[in-house]
Design a protein around this ligand. Structure first.
Ligand SMILES: NC(=O)c1ccc[n+]([C@@H]2O[C@H](COP(=O)([O-])OP(=O)(O)OC[C@H]3O[C@@H](n4cnc5c(N)ncnc54)[C@H](O)[C@@H]3O)[C@@H](O)[C@H]2O)c1
Length: 309
């Protein structure tokens, strides 16, 4: 685990819970303390996890070479800057085994850019494995290959599936991949509606949680459209409501994130949910409990789709 910030520490806990020996490296002075401090809350959010058991499988070191020398898979979670990741992966490749999978958690930088100056055999082992925050709770891992060998892509998909994640292969190296592009589209319209005073930030969240949030956890936008058309499915839906939807695209907002807008969004959000470390911990715990409840309910239904509710 290279980089022990928000994402690296969460991945470390999840990897350790899966029984893997995890070596975490980060130049931060407080690395050991950061692991100790993060684990109790992370363990709380991983069903069945035990802090002491997780801690016994995690070794912290400031020596990158030692951290990666026997790794089956390296998960990189350093700062989101291209040149930084290019140098970091050059260093990782010097010390990791020649058959290790080299994965970056990057939210938007593509693998072929990171590998641009690296040897072909290193580029062939490097890909993006992008989690959605918090990675120990949210199932998705976007697998975005660059010049990656097919067997490495398959190995990575199998690795994250074995961790209990839902890996989805992305076929083109588009900026922001898929989940964050969808989030950007939603945030754009959400900010526009709040900016216009149609709803407050808290009311918008209420609308979302009571409608699209649950819907999209159970069926995606396309299946939803298909079912929304009744027995005629998406064919009927497109003929019936498709044109109206396309007309509405033209009037979706394009809000500017100017100072006044940011101030208003921050004030509304902090008033609704509090601010500072204590409020953060309380809200994050609640988020993780709710998300885990959804995960386990859906797992149960997937396991027995014909049971009645
Ligand atoms: N935070 C999110 O919501 C989120 C979600 C998905 C993916 N990501 C991606 O994960 C990566 C990490 O993001 P984060 O939010 O955890 O950042 P963060 O700032 O919390 O952590 C980054 C860590 O990298 C460490 N670091 C700096 N130089 C290093 C080096 N040479 N070797 C090892 N570690 C080094 C820093 O000390 C810090 O602890 C980024 O690429 C980001 O795009 C973030």
């Amino acid at each position: 685990m290279v980089g022990a910030g928000t994402i690296g520490l969460a991945w470390a806990a999840l990897f350790a819970h899966a029984g893997l020996e995890v070596r975490v490296t980060d130049p931060r002075d407080d690395l050991d303390a950061a692991v100790d401090e993060a684990l109790p809350m992370l363990a709380e959010s991983i069903p069945g996890a035990d802090v002491a058991a997780l801690r016994s499988r995690i070794t912290a070191t400031d020596d990158l070479a030692k951290a990666v020398e026997n790794a089956q898979l390296v998960q990189e979670n350093g700062p989101e800057r291209l040149e930084f990741k290019q140098q970091l992966f050059a260093e990782i490749a010097r010390h990791a085994p020649a058959d290790a999978v080299l994965a970056s958690s990057s939210s938007g930088i593509v693998a072929s850019a990171i590998a641009a100056e690296l040897d072909e055999d290193v580029a062939a082992r490097l890909l993006i494995a992008h989690p959605f925050n918090p990675p120990q709770v949210v199932p998705l891992v976007e697998i975005v290959p660059g010049a990656t060998a097919e067997e490495v892509v398959q190995e990575a998909i199998a690795f994250y599936r074995d961790l209990g994640k839902t890996p989805v292969r992305i076929h083109e190296e588009v900026d922001g991949f898929v989940a964050n592009r969808l989030q950007s589209a939603l945030m754009r319209e959400s900010i526009s509606l709040v900016q216009q005073g149609v709803v407050s930030a808290e009311e918008l969240d209420a609308v979302m949680k009571a409608s699209l949030g649950g819907r999209y956890a159970t069926i995606g936008p396309f299946e939803s459209f298909h079912l929304g058309g009744g027995p005629g499915g998406i064919r009927h839906m497109m003929a019936h409501l498709g044109v109206g939807m396309a007309d509405r695209w033209a009037e979706l907002g394009r809000p500017e994130l100017d100072d006044a807008t940011i101030t208003s969004l921050v004030e509304q959000t902090e008033t609704a949910y509090g601010s500072g470390p204590d409020a953060y911990r309380e809200r994050a715990r609640l988020r993780d409990r709710k998300h885990n409840a959804i995960n386990s309910a859906l797992d149960g239904i997937e396991a027995d789709p014909n049971a009645t509710a």
